[in-house]
Design a protein around this ligand. Structure first.
Ligand SMILES: O=C[C@H](O)COP(=O)(O)O
Length: 242
């Protein structure tokens, strides 16, 4: 059985104090859920240490939102996989569309980050997805196939999560139709060497659409942006009903 992975991506939100405040409310609202449901909070670098100390040994795990491909070096502003490991980080988001759009991330740099993350025992979450323009031009599958092909070159598919995030659905409230997302994810899976890689959907996931999204056969979890900032709402997403 493929595992289910529910991850929050806080992006550039929450100070340490706000992160602690979130945690109190979030843990209070989490119900007992099946063992195969992994829960991850991907938070800013500045909140990793605090969350790690306060979640130690619990069921909620910590993820970062980026990692450099070298262990150390003269790379001002970057953070290495060793630095993340030391803080108890287990997961790292790689190749998010916002990193591609604003910070020059490419399939090639995502590939370097993926390989180094795995080398240091981190599980990467590789983000892929098409723009509105690409979707309208009928280029969704070709674009994603290229992101997967280049991004996963020489990558171990036994320690990997993929997130399908149509760019036009991110932060817009314009969720991709669940059956449509299911089909795209099915086609991504058919391109993988390991069909058991968990594949998430991301893009305007909310407490009121999570049940429908998770009812789809190919969707193994969600990567949640805005709705993961609210403790009660994100707990509802984690506690989705089957
Ligand atoms: O990483 C998360 C995605 O960018 C989705 O963000 P959103 O849930 O705010 O649309």
């Amino acid at each position: 059985m493929r595992k289910i992975v529910i991850a929050g991506n806080w992006k550039m939100y929450k100070t340490q104090a706000e992160a602690l405040e979130f945690l109190k409310g979030f843990l209070d609202h989490l119900s007992e859920t099946p063992d195969n449901r992994e829960v991850i909070l991907c938070v800013p670098f500045t909140a990793l240490s605090t969350l790690s100390k306060n979640l130690h040994g619990g069921r909620v795990m910590i993820g970062a939102q980026n990692v450099h491909w070298e262990t150390e070096g003269a790379y001002t502003g970057e953070v290495s996989p060793l630095m993340l490991k030391e803080l108890g980080v287990r997961y790292v988001v790689i190749g998010h569309s916002e990193r591609r759009q604003y910070f020059g991330e490419t399939d090639e740099t995502a590939n370097l980050r993926l390989k180094t993350a795995q080398q240091y025992g981190l599980t990467p979450i590789l983000c892929v997805g098409e723009s509105k323009q690409q979707r309208d031009a009928g280029e969704t599958d070709a674009h994603i196939a290229q992101q997967i092909d280049k991004g996963l070159a020489d990558v171990d598919q036994n320690n990997l999560i993929i997130a399908y995030e149509p760019i036009w659905a991110i932060g817009t409230g314009d969720t991709c139709d669940a059956t449509d997302a299911n089909q795209v994810i099915g086609r991504i899976r058919s391109q993988l060497k390991n069909p058991d890689v968990p594949i998430q959907y991301g893009g305007s996931v909310k407490p009121n659409n999570i049940d429908e999204i998770m009812a789809q056969s190919e969707i193994d979890g969600v990567l949640v942006g805005g709705a993961s900032l609210d403790p009660e709402g994100f707990a509802r997403i984690v506690n989705y009903q089957t």
